[in-house]
Design a protein around this ligand. Structure first.
Ligand code: NAI
Length: 338
């Protein structure tokens, strides 16, 4: 009976509206690559986030199952699934925040740059969709190599005439999460009490932990600095090797992605003093993109902080990081311009 169907649809809709109205002002969030190793736990954690009112899960495979599963969680966010490129537009329309963990991960022996050929094209397609359907959304880009995919996204948005550097953030939060954890281990502290800024980029030597600026203020021996820097720079590889072919960090990455997305949503809500490390368009160095501490507000990035005082060890590390970063940025830009 068509009129019954109509009624059901209407009542469903009004229930959704009630839910959306009931809680605190919520944001609409899309996850692109939502059925993947990062995407699934990320979707689960975002469904638990009280700042999210609508959660769109997009992938080229398996979103019906993931969406059905997640939608049974008795939390506020309304979940909708989108499958395949013809549904990308619907997945993106009206979104405040788009999180992108789409693309292939590393296997043992691979660098993040080895992923470039596949992931560059995926990121380009997804960003073309964002430029068309939600050009004002904040974008959290996770797909590797982040050092190149963020410049790719910027070029795509420039081509489309929608580029706003304040709204494009490469997610380097996992490096900060690892730095806090590993430093806390050495210091014998609760990791929640430790804050280590990590600047530069998100691959090997471009990951530059500023241990001299760790909080609470502390001192490490030269050997501790060396070991910690090495472990933070190669934390991803530690996981890739332990997983032995089954992928790279997914659970800690989903945690880090949610920590970062939550900061973005609090900033969009108007909270003051939201400061996190991210890989962004920057004038902190001579490079066009660089990760450092940024203050996020209602319009996206509102302030990018200078690196602060570096010791000799960090100055040497910075020069190495910049050299590799410059090449990765150039590679990303060339991919779109060619
Ligand atoms: P995965 O292979 O488990 O999942 C990737 C998902 O992307 C799959 O479900 C796949 O179907 C989907 N996908 C592929 N092409 C797509 C397209 N055109 N549109 C939408 N979705 C598409 O990989 P995992 O482990 O979830 O990693 C995802 C990405 O995140 C990788 O590039 C990985 O290197 C990166 N990563 C980044 C980190 C960071 O700190 N920024 C840390 C860990 C991983």
């Amino acid at each position: 009976n068509p009129s019954n169907l109509q009624m059901e649809e209407n009542s469903g809709l009004s229930r959704v509206n009630c839910r959306a109205k009931g809680g605190s002002p919520g944001f609409k969030v899309a996850i692109l690559g939502a059925a993947g190793g990062i995407g699934q736990p990320l979707a689960m954690l975002m469904k638990m986030n009280p700042l999210v009112s609508v959660l769109h899960l997009y992938d080229v495979v398996n979103t019906p199952g993931v969406t059905a599963d997640i939608s049974h969680m008795d939390t506020g966010a309304v979940v909708r699934g989108f499958l395949g490129q013809q549904q990308l537009g619907d997945a993106l329309t009206g979104m405040d925040l788009v999180i992108i963990p789409a693309g292939v991960p590393r296997k043992p022996g691979m660098t993040r740059d080895d992923l470039f050929n596949i992931n560059a094209g995926i990121v380009r397609t997804l960003c073309e969709g964002i430029a068309k359907c939600c050009p004002k959304a904040i974008v959290n880009l996770i797909s590797n190599p982040v050092n190149s995919t963020v410049p790719i996204a910027a070029e795509v948005f420039k081509k489309a005439g929608s580029y706003d550097p304040r709204r494009l953030l490469g997610v380097t939060m996992l490096d900060v999460v690892r730095a806090n954890t590993f430093a806390a281990e050495v210091l014998g502290l609760d990791p929640r009490a430790v804050d280590v800024p990590v600047v530069g980029g998100h691959a090997g030597v471009t990951i530059l932990p500023l241990l001299s600026q760790a909080k609470p203020s502390c001192s490490f021996t030269p050997k501790e600095v060396d070991d910690l820097t090495d472990r933070i720079q190669n934390g991803g590889t530690e996981v890739v090797e332990a997983k032995a072919g089954a992928g790279s960090a997914t659970l800690s990455m989903a945690y880090a992605a949610v920590k970062f997305a939550d900061a973005c949503l609090r900033a969009l809500r108007g909270d003051a003093g939201v400061v996190e490390c991210a890989y962004v368009a920057s004038e902190v160095t001579e490079l066009p993109f660089f990760a450092s501490k940024v203050r996020i507000g209602r319009t996206g990035i509102e302030e990018i902080y200078a690196l602060g005082p570096l010791n000799e060890y960090e100055r040497v590390g910075l020069e190495k990081a910049k050299k590799e970063l410059a090449a990765s940025i150039q590679k990303g830009v060339a991919f779109v311009r060619k």
